[in-house]
Design a protein around this ligand. Structure first.
Ligand code: GDP
Ligand code: IMO
Ligand code: MG
Length: 438
């Protein structure tokens, strides 16, 4: 297991940060390949909570290097806030973080554009994190983006900001009656950002490829989740990047033959923040219970997360799209008190039975989930360390999920804390990671 991808299989917030933190002991470098500070990855170490938005969660493990790849979009202000907060918590970032010179930069007008377009969509809004992520990726694809390398080159930066604002100000005024952005002000601010960015900037593709050649191990940290992926998610209610395994090569500048395995993180139930279809959503007491027991409030925006039962259709699709070798099932402890646990195994749409995700997003709103009830275990699991000591009903739930998804479940998480992890014996990943006790 040299180079491993770890990614979300649902709509984000699966607990990726916690699992990355646990796994970093086996890796030298942790790299982000997409997304930006729309992510919120929570890591709890010895009762201390850290929420990472842009910097890979590996930064919390002393000695590990962290890479922000070219596929990530960077809001420099958010990055500096994060670096400062980490320093305050005693985590040294300098000398450990390398940022791609090819990554794109979020500018204030990206947030302005997003605000306008979300307002214009009205009831059909995406419910974005308002971080300017979508418009920044739009500029990248329109070939008018500003990259880190531009931000550290004063003349280039000034010219690009002026060129862009000559269009953006007119557009925003026309569409949303938005007041104009001041070019000089943005240039001055971003030049100072460039100065602070400079020591971190490098050719991260070269760095990673050289590291691989010299035998270093890389953990690749996904943000968001498969069903928020721009190509494979519930479009248009998605984010603007490729959160799936496919995004790794383009987002880091490494080749597919350098990736050894893919680990999918799945919550033991399902949550979603923002708008969009959610076939297994529970708008009832059980949904409320999951929200309060799982503390399901966004790590980035604080918004309450919508909650529902585990959706095997969603997970099957993710296991296939990402070619997952194994799944990590998180937040299993949140189900501890339930008498009976519903699993959505398929979709009924009108008279049709569907085992696969339809591409027609609007059909997902018409789904009646096909539900299988599993008996609950009604026993606390958070302090259990071994598979053999888990209640039988809990083991049955895990096995049933694995069966329905046709993918092994190798690791379980039964609490937010670093050590609340159980490996599943007899699985490829569980056995490989069984000695990991930290
Ligand atoms: P990420 O975006 O995928 O990293 O997930 P978030 O950090 O946004 O949300 C996951 C939340 O669940 C965080 O508050 C974690 O501290 C918490 N968490 C992670 N794993 C577990 C677990 O196994 N049990 C419980 N109860 N909480 C967990
Ligand atoms: P992590 O990495 C959950 C959601 C937003 C919105 C949609 C588009 O913590 O799992 P965007 O701001 O990206 O344009 O918003 O995507 N979203 C997330 N939901 N977890 C995330 O990240 C998310 N990042 C974006 O709520 O529905
Ligand atoms: Mg999150």
């Amino acid at each position: 297991m040299s180079n491993l991808i770890l990614l979300g299989t649902q709509w984000g917030d699966e607990g990726k940060g916690k699992i990355v933190d646990w796994l970093t002991q086996h890796f030298d470098i942790v790299a982000r390949y997409q997304g930006g500070n729309n992510a919120g990855h929570t890591v709890i170490i010895d009762d201390k909570k850290h929420v990472l938005h842009l910097i890979p969660s590996g930064i919390l493990r002393p000695g590990r290097k962290c890479v922000i790849g070219n596929g990530v979009v960077i809001d420099p202000e958010a990055l500096f806030t994060e670096i400062d907060e980490l320093a305050e918590a005693g985590v040294e970032v300098d000398g450990r973080l390398i940022i791609s010179e090819r990554a794109h930069i979020i500018l204030p007008y990206h947030r302005g554009k997003e605000l306008g377009s979300e307002m214009r969509r009205g009831d059909e809004n995406i419910g974005t994190t308002s971080r300017g992520i979508g418009p920044c990726y739009e500029d990248k694809m329109a070939r008018s983006g500003i990259r880190v390398v531009d931000c550290v080159s004063p003349d280039v930066l000034a010219q690009k900001v002026r060129d862009n604002l000559s269009v953006v100000n007119e557009l925003l005024a026309c569409l949303y009656e938005y007041p104009p952005f001041d070019a000089d002000e943005i240039i001055e601010t971003y030049l100072s950002y460039g100065e602070r960015l400079r020591p971190y900037v490098g050719d991260t593709s070269l760095y990673l490829n050289q590291a691989i050649e010299s035998g270093k191990k890389i953990l690749i940290e996904g943000a968001q989740g498969t069903h928020l992926d721009i190509d494979h998610g519930t479009y248009p209610f998605v984010t603007s990047s490729n959160a799936t395994a496919g995004g790794v090569c383009s987002g880091l500048g490494i080749g597919p033959t350098q990736i050894d395995a893919v680990l999918g993180v799945a919550k033991a139930y399902t949550t979603r923040v923002g708008s969009g279809p959610f076939p297994s959503e529970l708008n009832n007491d059980l949904g409320e219970q999951l929200r309060s027991e799982g503390n399901e409030f966004g790590a980035t925006t604080g918004r309450p997360r919508r909650c529902g039962s585990l959706d095997a259709v969603v997970l099957r699709y993710s296991a296939r799209v990402n070619a997952c070798d194994s799944l990590v099932l998180t937040k299993l402890d949140v189900l501890d008190s339930l008498e009976s646990i519903p699993i959505c195994t398929a979709y009924q749409i009108g008279n049709e039975h569907r085992d696969e995700m339809p591409a027609e997003t609007w059909l997902l709103d018409q789904v009646t989930p096909v539900i299988e009830e599993m008996p609950g275990w009604q026993t606390p699991t958070s302090s259990i360390k071994d598979w053999a000591n888990l209640p039988q009903a809990c083991r049955d739930y895990v096995k049933r999920v694995s069966e329905l998804v046709s993918c092994e479940v190798g690791v379980l998480s039964v609490g937010a804390e670093r050590r609340a992890i159980i490996t599943v014996p007899g699985t490829r990943f569980g056995d490989r990671l069984a000695s990991t006790r930290d």
